[in-house]
Design a protein around this ligand. Structure first.
Ligand code: HEM
Length: 473
């Protein structure tokens, strides 16, 4: 058994079969949601076995707080992240804690998310939204997730390495995008084979099928990095982006630099970590807004108050944090459906967790949506969508670490400010400009890719009709 917790049997949902364990009924697109349902009533810690792979889950706010104690626990890499290393190597997201490139990249790139850099990204974000508006059909429902994914992909690609995929300006989809999606999907499938007897053959088949895509992705990025390095050597530093920082700068203390392969891993990491998560958050927020007309009305009123009556008005950088209601909508969306729904932790030294001995080689997955719905921290109405639970007066006194959509500690999300700024800005522009016309018969179905996304969710974005204010006669 992998991750065997010294052979201990933790609470589980029963009906376990020999060889396959608990695999029956674990649909790949709903696995986490099935596990959450199975975990109800099992207490704050429980396990699932998939063939010879044991997964242990922590689902209460109290246990999450314990696991967020950096003195006792560190990030662990469950099979899904290990599989992703075939693609993103020792990039920030998939690096082991002691890998040198993690320290170099983390220390070099942290300033790239501070205010001066964010002001630059603000302009990039606005430009991408304007491109979206230029092509968005206003007379019929559109698949929300697909538009939001294009938008966030364009934004992160321009901020990270000044590349324009032309998602809204070109008729043809850039081949990089489907290649990346296929590579990620293969990574997910490789991860799901972990612990399965006889998985060698399917694993080789997946790798073989994926090889061309990976070569294409690597070559395209290597060419890009090579061209920028050559320009730099010729005295042209190019645009101020994450790529330039990695090409130009050495670690301030050790003097170490990232080589070109490590830089490619980081670029891929930013593309992967920085687009689907935010696009899922935006799509789910739009779902909740369309399903709660009173919330939508309050959010639109806020956009009118801050942006006035011109539908083309663009928020300034300093205005974005002033959309406090929209921010609460987003926070509440990420409470119910944190789009990166899990992170894993291992103890630094042998310890006990919820009474079970745990060793440094064991890991436990924090099931964030379950923590975010723990009635102990969130009350009996924890399943309800209520943005005002994030009002300062209602947040006071809530247990520490009961809200963790961006992970924890040193390995928490480096792009948190970027994501929040982008999501609030995009929602502000959309709601200021459009009414959301949804299908009243739609009920939310959340699909699990690497991240969470609403499935089959369509909206018509209809230009708002503003009644001109009555002027003096
Ligand atoms: C709503 C959007 C986002 C959510 C919910 C989210 C969530 C997370 C979470 C939970 C982690 C920790 C994973 C772990 O412990 O295994 C993480 C790490 C990370 N995120 Fe995000 N993220 C978002 C947006 C972004 C964006 C926009 C970027 C890039 C600009 C980004 C870049 C990263 C990176 C590089 C890491 C790894 C950090 C490290 O280990 O040093 N994320 N994110």
């Amino acid at each position: 058994m992998q991750n065997d917790w010294a052979g201990q049997l933790l609470p589980h949902a029963g009906h376990r079969r020999a060889v396959i364990g608990d695999v029956r009924g674990l649909h790949p697109r709903r696995a986490l949601q099935t596990i959450m349902a199975r975990g109800r009533g099992l207490g704050p810690i429980f396990e699932t076995q998939v063939f010879r792979q044991k997964f242990v889950f922590a689902s209460s706010a109290a246990l999450c707080a314990e696991l967020c104690d950096e003195k006792r626990f560190v990030k662990a890499l469950p099979p899904a992240l290990v599989a992703l290393r075939e693609f993103a190597g020792d990039g920030l997201f998939t690096a082991y804690n002691d890998e040198t490139n993690w320290r170099i990249a983390h220390d070099l790139l942290l300033p790239a998310f501070a205010k001066p850099a964010m002001q630059r990204y603000h302009a990039i974000m606005l430009e991408a939204v304007n491109e979206l508006f230029a092509v968005l059909p206003e007379d019929r429902p559109v698949d929300v997730a697909s538009y939001m994914t294009k938008l966030t992909m364009e934004t992160i690609a321009r901020a990270a390495f000044s590349h324009d995929f032309g998602s809204f300006t070109q008729a043809e989809t850039h081949p990089f995008v489907p290649a990346m999606v296929t590579a990620l999907e293969s990574g997910r499938r490789l991860g799901s084979l972990s612990g399965m007897p006889g998985a060698g053959l399917p694993r080789r088949r997946i790798r073989r099928r994926n090889a061309d895509q990976l070569t294409y992705i690597d070559t395209m990025l290597d060419d890009l990095i090579g061209a920028r390095r050559a320009a730099l050597a010729a005295g042209d530093p190019g645009p101020s982006d994450l790529l330039r920082i990695m090409l130009e700068q050495a670690h301030p203390e050790t003097g170490e630099q990232l080589d070109d392969t490590a830089i490619r891993h980081q670029i891929l990491t930013f593309l992967v970590a920085g687009h689907e998560t935010t696009s899922g958050a935006l799509s789910l927020a739009l779902y909740f807004l369309s399903a709660h007309p009173e919330v939508l009305a309050a959010a639109q009123a806020e956009t009118d108050e801050l942006l006035g009556t011109d539908p083309d008005a663009q928020p300034t950088y300093d205005q974005v944090p002033r959309f406090r209601y929209l921010r609460r909508v987003l926070d509440e969306t990420l409470r119910l459906w944190p789009t990166a729904p899990a992170f894993a932790r291992s103890p630094r030294q042998a310890t006990t967790l919820a009474g079970y001995p745990m060793r440094p080689q064991d890991w436990v997955i924090v099931l964030i949506p379950a923590v975010h719905r723990d009635p102990e921290a969130w009350g009996e109405d924890a399943e309800e969508f209520d943005p005002d639970r994030f009002l300062p007066e209602r947040s006071r006194g809530r247990p520490a670490h009961s809200y963790k959509p961006f992970g924890t500690g040193e390995r928490a999300c480096i792009g948190r400010q970027f994501a929040l700024h982008e999501a609030v800005l995009v929602l502000a522009r959309l709601l200021h400009r459009y009414d959301l016309v949804g299908d009243p018969a739609y009920t939310l179905r959340v699909t699990e890719r690497l991240t969470l996304m609403p499935e089959g969710f369509e909206l018509q974005l209809r230009p708002r009709v503003r009644v001109p204010a009555a002027g003096p006669h």
